[in-house]
Design a protein around this ligand. Structure first.
Ligand SMILES: Cc1cc2nc3c(=O)[nH]c(=O)nc-3n(C[C@H](O)[C@H](O)[C@H](O)COP(=O)(O)OP(=O)(O)OC[C@H]3O[C@@H](n4cnc5c(N)ncnc54)[C@H](O)[C@@H]3O)c2cc1C
Length: 376
């Protein structure tokens, strides 16, 4: 009986653990997470905009024991990739195969004043504060600020603006980003559609706006210009989890290095998936950090681990196909979909808005929650 150790119980870690138990029901799969619940990423936007209940997209990780996965609730404090060992709450857990799926660390403190004057829109713990600040904002200036790239789910800040516009027509809404356009992976033409949509919905858009620091009621940009706000909903700078950097799996300031097709880290028996890795597109831009990709990568890794443990040559590879939804309000969504890793550059489209795409998004959530955690 072999043991696989999965570090991180998000999209990537769960998908891998569940698939591996299907493929190798006699093996031990240990999944470690510092939290006790899984939460669908997009539920944070719903919680802030008041369009849905965050808890409905959340399940206890302990329910994964229905697949025979041993869930350990603890913080991973060190990883020894060469030994395929992790230190977890003072205990060393050794494994035959090791998967790092630790997501990202959020660093609001990297921008002076941000933690004091802004609300971290990417931290579920801050969603109630964001909703309360918006309720008190009346017709005030609400700024959604992107404080670094890459960041998770690139369409999410724009989706939040559009959901807020629907729910609160009276708000003065702005989104700023340090990037030169809204969704660089879409190219200029696709970005013009997104930015046109923001304009039509009276959401001001400021590209090339790199924040320098935050003061009471204003974000000061590099170059001295500023963005005034009454409520600042922030996408804080993202970093690779420090424990992965200390393990030598990523350079400081970088992301875990993997083979884009196999998700192997270069250390025998050690894989990494999801937001903690950087997979470059043909354009040099990174593959968007999204749950749909973390999940597909996790399934590929499970199949490769199973093959290795059985002495077979693994054949499963990650192809970079997928889609991200952009909810646009009015009960509709668009999708950014296609072949992100196409050799000539991303071969992707921004679809027209439809109610059926929003239904697909709801179905995606329902299907995952039920398959992983069982009926609610
Ligand atoms: C507002 C918002 C909207 C989004 N919408 C979408 C969408 O529509 N579609 C989409 O595909 N994606 C979306 N995403 C992105 C998606 O949520 C992430 O890309 C996805 O969660 C990444 O999966 P992961 O497994 O890499 O990391 P995560 O899901 O973040 O899981 C990592 C896990 O590791 C644990 N962990 C970290 N460090 C430690 C440690 N030291 N010890 C123990 N445990 C640790 C964490 O607790 C966490 O549970 C959205 C994200 C946000 C913020």
């Amino acid at each position: 009986m072999a043991r696989t150790l999965v570090l991180g119980g998000g999209f990537g870690g769960i998908a891998a653990a569940v698939r591996l138990r299907e493929l190798r029901p006699d093996d031990e799969v240990v999944l470690v997470d510092q939290g006790d619940r899984f939460l669908m990423g997009f539920r944070k936007n719903a919680g802030i905009a008041g369009t849905g209940d965050m808890l409905e997209g959340s399940r206890p990780l302990a329910a994964l024991d229905r697949h025979g996965i041993r869930v350990v609730r603890a913080t991973v404090t060190s990883i020894d990739p060469g030994g395929r060992v992790a230190e977890v709450a003072g205990e060393r857990i050794e494994a035959d195969a090791l998967l790092v799926a630790l997501g990202v660390d959020l660093h609001p403190e990297a921008v002076p004043g941000l933690a004091e004057y802004g609300i971290n829109a990417y931290d579920p713990g801050h969603v109630p504060a964001a909703a309360a600040a918006l309720a008190a904002a009346q017709d005030g200036r609400v700024v959604i600020g992107i404080f670094g790239a890459p960041y998770r789910c690139p369409p999410a800040p724009y989706e939040l603006a559009l959901l807020l516009r629907d729910a609160r027509p009276e708000l003065d809404l702005t989104v700023f980003t340090p990037q030169p356009m809204s969704l660089p992976v879409l190219g200029k033409a696709g970005c013009e559609v997104v930015e046109g949509l923001l304009g039509l919905r009276r959401v001001a858009f400021r590209p090339n706006a790199a924040a320098e620091h935050v003061e009471d009621r204003r974000v000061v940009l590099e170059g001295g210009d500023h963005v005034p706000f009454d409520v600042l909903l922030a996408v804080p700078p993202h970093r690779c989890p420090q424990v992965a950097v200390e393990a030598g799996l990523a350079e400081p300031g970088g992301w875990v290095r993997v083979d884009p097709a196999t998700l192997e880290t270069g250390v025998e028996g050690v894989w990494a998936v999801g937001d903690c890795v950087a997979i470059p597109l043909a354009t040099g831009q990174p593959l968007p950090k999204a749950g749909v990709f973390a999940e597909r990568e996790g399934i590929v890794v499970a199949e490769r681990i199973a093959a290795r443990l059985e002495g077979r040559e693994p054949t499963a590879t990650f192809d970079g196909e997928g889609l991200c939804w952009l909810e646009v309000g009015g009960g509709e969504a668009r999708a950014v979909r296609g072949r992100f890793l196409a050799p000539g550059g991303p071969d992707i489209e921004l679809t027209p808005a439809s109610a059926s795409l929003l239904e697909d998004k709801a179905r995606y959530e329902r299907d995952r929650l039920e398959a992983w955690f069982g009926p609610s």
